[in-house]
Write a protein that binds this ligand. Structure first.
Ligand SMILES: [Zn+2]
Length: 281
């Protein structure tokens, strides 16, 4: 695993026998969002296109530098930090699970609208949506001799997230199913139907050799155990905030103090405030 610094973001590369994975991570101001670039012998697959446009631009420049055609782009889930950068890939095949396509078709305009305030400080977010134009199917596909398996996770960090396994090397591109030593967007945990922790615990038995998450510079070793512990603590903190907090502000304060206090070394503390806005009222 080697990491290089670009002007704004970083790229961490993992090399295998007949493919490599370059992970572009935006800086903290861009949410430490990861775009995964899978490089096979003749092609590239891009997973997620970034949040803020300056970093999507840097991602696109990095891709151009590899000098191989993009075979497809995959959008893992509906959260805007993973598809706003589609703006710069309008000529490409953009795949997403049917459920994700439906969410974006129905809510995409409203999501774009709700972020327009950010453009007061320059062109940071798109002004119109660029939707996935192909349906990603669960199961196997092969590119240049590398086999991939698309797996669907339901009721996790988002209602649906597509994961991509590379069975030969036992790798999981998990995107926001797993946060890599980074504060997580835990709004869905407040929903009683949520299965995020259960699903993470169930994939522990798969002993993946490498898991690449949706946020945070990739780490070697076990990132699943700390991610599960974080979500257990977040569940406890949400319950405490709902029980003891009297208004949105006090609930947010209880949740934030608890998570920032327990995980001072985790990156992107801004996410704690962000998800409090969705969890408490
Ligand atoms: Zn995300």
């Amino acid at each position: 695993m080697k990491t290089i610094n670009l002007q704004a973001g970083t790229v961490t590369t993992n090399e295998f026998s007949n493919f490599s994975i370059h992970t572009y991570t935006s800086p903290e101001s861009g949410g430490l969002v990861n775009s995964q670039i899978i490089e096979t012998s003749n092609h590239l697959i891009l997973v997620d296109t970034q949040y803020l446009l300056p970093f999507a631009t840097e991602l696109k420049e990095y891709l151009s530098g590899i000098k191989k055609p993009i075979e497809r782009i995959i959008i893992s889930h509906s959260h805007p930090d993973h598809w706003f950068g589609n703006e710069f890939f309008q000529d490409q095949k953009i795949f997403a699970l049917q459920e994700v396509r439906t969410i974006l078709e129905q809510a995409g305009d409203a999501i774009i609208e709700s972020y327009q305030f950010m453009n007061e400080n320059g062109s940071l977010v798109p002004t119109a949506k660029t939707l996935p134009n192909f349906t990603l199917k669960e199961g196997l596909f092969t590119l240049d001799g590398v086999e991939f398996s698309v797996v669907k996770f339901t009721d996790v960090e988002d209602s649906i997230i597509a994961g991509i396994e590379i069975p030969k090397e036992n790798i999981l591109i998990a995107q926001d199913l797993v946060y890599d030593f980074t504060h997580a967007f835990t709004a869905e945990l407040a929903n009683t139907q949520n299965k995020w922790i259960e699903i993470l615990e169930s994939i522990q038995s798969k002993n993946y050799s490498l898991i690449l998450g949706g946020h945070g510079t990739p780490s070697a070793g076990d990132i699943l155990t700390p991610a599960i512990a974080y979500l257990h603590d977040a569940t406890t903190a949400i319950q405490k905030a709902l029980k003891e907090g009297t208004d949105k502000e006090s609930k947010t304060q209880i949740y934030s103090q608890s998570m920032l206090g327990k995980y001072p070394e985790f990156k992107a503390p801004i996410l704690v405030q962000l998800c409090s806005n969705y969890m408490f009222n």
